[in-house]
Design a protein around this ligand. Structure first.
Ligand SMILES: [Zn+2]
Length: 345
């Protein structure tokens, strides 16, 4: 059915749509809408009827739909997973302020502090919004946990202290990787963001997480290499199975879309500490530095020149558009990085 959806132009679309609606499968409904953009409101309602949290999230993240109040109301009443709720807050760009505040209040009520802090930082410091009642809650939360008095002058600093605290890096490389690059010449550099350096590092060194990246770049430009360039990190996974949301044919990158293989084998990955893709000048400098290292490595090892262009320097969303829509985010400075890479000095 996925192949049929991807090639929908060859079929009678109203027949295909009816077939999918009859199956009442949230994933097929979402992928149908994602690919065809056809009858958005009807399909959105059908996805809502399945009450599948994962694809209700994917729907809201990708489309503005009229039923969004109904869906959010259902989610708030029936889902108590702080991480899920945080992702709704973070991913759904068109949320209105009332919904944002409702979601944050629910996250706070779940006593899951890391997500409460991230949600509040996102609201106050990334979106630069303000709400007096929510601010009182921050004051209580921080006072209770850390004994610090928060006010309007110091809240950004305090959040940054909590979220971006500098810790000692682990020694050596992570074991989360494949040895080698199979028989491929790795020639694509994939850019990522992770809200905090510390969470990225702890994830990438945790053997249970099954994720990693070649490099992680902190806000201050500090670079940590997690996986050797000899090996394949686990950041850009694609699957040759249709049943996976990371199916390689969903990729919008031409180079990824044409290879029926896990893209981890022929890509490199760089994580940046960021919420929305905007990087500090120090991070851009470091990113340019590690991309130059990658290019040099590939030239020496494979005698291949990775072209400096947007086909070969891409975002995670171009590899996995369904699962990673907001990585590395709309503010990611590809042009600036490419400009500095091309500048010989
Ligand atoms: Zn990513």
């Amino acid at each position: 059915m996925i192949e049929k959806i991807l090639n929908y132009e060859k079929y009678d679309i109203s027949k295909l749509e009816k077939e999918i609606i009859d199956l009442k499968d949230a994933r097929l409904l979402f992928i149908y809408l994602f690919v065809t953009k056809n009858n958005k409101e009807i399909i959105a309602n059908k996805i809502f009827e399945t009450k599948d949290f994962k694809y209700m999230h994917f729907l809201l993240r990708n489309f503005y739909v009229e039923v969004y109040d109904k869906i959010l109301d259902y989610i708030l009443k029936n889902n108590s997973d702080a991480r899920y709720l945080y992702n709704i807050l973070y991913d759904v760009d068109y949320l209105n302020n009332i919904w944002r505040i409702k979601i944050i209040n629910k996250i706070i009520s779940l006593n899951n502090d890391p997500y409460a802090v991230k949600a509040l930082y996102y609201y106050f410091c990334v979106l630069k919004l303000y709400d007096a009642i929510l601010f009182k809650k921050i004051q209580l939360l921080v006072k209770e946990k850390l004994g610090i008095n928060v006010n309007k002058e110091n809240y950004t600093l305090i959040f940054e202290k909590i979220l971006f605290e500098k810790k000692k890096d682990p020694n050596g490389y992570s074991e989360n990787c494949y040895i080698g690059h199979k028989n491929y010449i790795p020639n694509i550099i994939v850019c990522h963001i992770n809200s905090t350096y510390n969470s990225a590092i702890s994830h990438f060194y945790d053997s249970k997480s099954e994720v990693s990246s070649h490099y992680v770049i902190r806000k201050d430009g500090h670079i940590k290499q997690v996986v050797s360039l000899e090996n394949s990190a686990w950041a850009n996974g694609t699957s040759f199975r249709e049943s996976s949301d990371a199916y390689y044919k969903f990729a919008t990158s031409e180079l990824i879309n044409s290879v029926s293989e896990n893209a981890n084998y022929f890509t490199f990955s760089i994580e940046h500490e960021s919420f929305d893709g905007s990087l500090t000048n120090e991070q851009i400098e470091s990113s340019v530095k590690v991309i130059k290292e990658i290019i040099k490595y590939v030239k020496i090892k494979y005698n291949y020149d990775i072209p400096i262009d947007r086909k070969h320097i891409i975002g995670h969303n171009e590899v996995n558009p369904i699962v990673r829509k907001k990585c590395p985010g709309i503010n990611f400075p590809y042009d600036e990085i490419i400009k500095r890479l091309k500048n010989k000095n």
